[in-house]
Design a protein around this ligand. Structure first.
Ligand code: ADP
Ligand code: DP6
Ligand code: CO
Length: 353
């Protein structure tokens, strides 16, 4: 094996939706049935690290995820490769002195420093990092918005990890997906006292992937249509406004309502899908109780397609929130109080999944 290997590395953050994407109107292009909103978490704690390499002597595309070789035959990853190669090709045509990377095979090495396929948005950070690493390798001039359109084809939620802060994924109207991409609503600095904590209730791979789960809901839930067509568009406007106004009460209330409704349409699917478990419900009860005692939203919970809780709260309430969690879950590992995010692993009582 001889010849030059070209490489580029990048990291990408996790984003956790506060208004959930759940359902596709086009499964090939990953076009959603509703727009969504998320908060991008600090990379100090959770991140994907990806290196993309290209060389003339590589004989096929390959991907290693967390040290294990994975298939690159899936349509989603191939769509990302194809789009990025097409843009690189345009660049090479205009600049013939550039190496012909668009015609070389790619080797991708990626590592998540948090649980994969456990409902902590690994597909979001994973595909955002994959697209950005290749875009860096190809020295593409595309904007983050344009790269988000490509990352969306790898995993819908990945388009939102192209930005920090508060991010909206506009579902778009077109059939070709050209207007289905992420935009930033507000930077993290705009709301510096917002904090989050992740409770890793289970790091196991979920039984029903997000991709399969959401189409089961689209095809079988009778509540789903009303959520996607009526409730989410209303909430989208209210939540965007609450973020811009730094109105934590409204932001938190909508976040909890939307998480609960997302899990309700999962349960309304056939067969029903259960992502939350006993510990998840314990966390819901704790937060609802503390909010009731204080007569305001002290903290807001949200659960993605998995049992792990994400809490949002304002810095001034950190003693209440972390104090409460420490009191009920004293044996936690890895307490971590980085600026934006802290992840803790509560000890799960015996006999509970
Ligand atoms: P999650 O809740 O973790 O996003 P999903 O079911 O949506 O779970 O997606 C998990 C899948 O995403 C994995 O099985 C894998 O195919 C893909 N994935 C996760 N991390 C990466 C990564 N770093 N690079 C490429 N693909 C990834
Ligand atoms: C519950 O983006 O993982 O986390 O597009 O099929 O890869 P695919 O699904 P994915 O779904 C995320 C679902 C969610 C909500 C959200 O992130 O908006
Ligand atoms: Co995912």
């Amino acid at each position: 094996m001889t010849g030059k290997i070209y490489s580029a590395s990048t990291t990408a953050p996790v984003n956790i939706a506060t208004l959930k994407y759940w359902g596709k109107r086009d499964t090939k292009l990953n076009l959603p049935t509703n727009s969504s909103i998320s908060v991008t978490l600090s990379q100090d704690d959770l991140r994907t690290l990806t290196t993309a390499s290209a060389a003339e002597f590589f004989d096929c595309d390959k991907l290693w995820l967390n040290g294990k070789e994975e298939s690159v035959e899936g349509n989603r990853i191939r769509a990302c490769f194809a789009e990025l190669r097409a843009v690189r090709k345009v660049l090479e045509s205009a600049n013939p002195e550039l190496p012909a990377l668009s015609s070389y095979h790619l080797h991708i090495v990626s590592e998540n420093n948090f649980p994969t396929a456990a409902g902590v948005a690994s597909s979001a950070a994973g595909f955002a990092a994959l697209v950005r690493a290749i875009a860096n390798l190809f020295e593409l001039p595309q904007s983050p918005e344009e790269l988000s359109r490509i990352a969306r084809q790898g995993s819908g939620s990945a388009c939102r990890s192209m930005f920090g802060g508060y991010v909206a994924w506009d579902m778009g109207q077109s059939d070709d997906g050209s207007d289905s991409r992420a935009v930033q609503i507000a930077t993290q600095e705009m709301w510096p006292d917002m904090k989050s904590v992740i409770l890793v209730v289970s790091a196991s791979k979920k039984e029903t992937s997000s991709t399969v789960g959401m189409q089961t809901t689209v095809n079988t839930s009778s509540l789903f249509k009303y959520r996607a067509e009526v409730l989410v568009p209303q909430r989208f406007k209210e939540m965007s406004e609450a973020i811009l106004a730094k109105d934590f009460e409204t932001f938190g209330r909508l976040t909890m309502m939307d998480s609960n409704q997302f899990h309700a349409v999962c349960m309304d699917s056939s067969p029903p899908i259960f992502y939350m478990n006993d510990i998840s419900r314990l966390v819901v009860g704790l937060i609802e109780t503390v909010n009731k005692i204080y007569g305001r939203v002290v903290a807001a919970y949200t659960f993605d397609a998995g049992p792990n809780a994400v809490l949002y709260y304002l810095e001034k309430d950190e003693p209440i929130v972390l104090g409460l969690l420490k009191a009920v879950m004293p044996d936690v590992d890895g307490w971590n109080k980085k600026p934006n995010t802290a992840s803790i692993t509560p000890t799960v009582p015996e006999g509970v999944d």
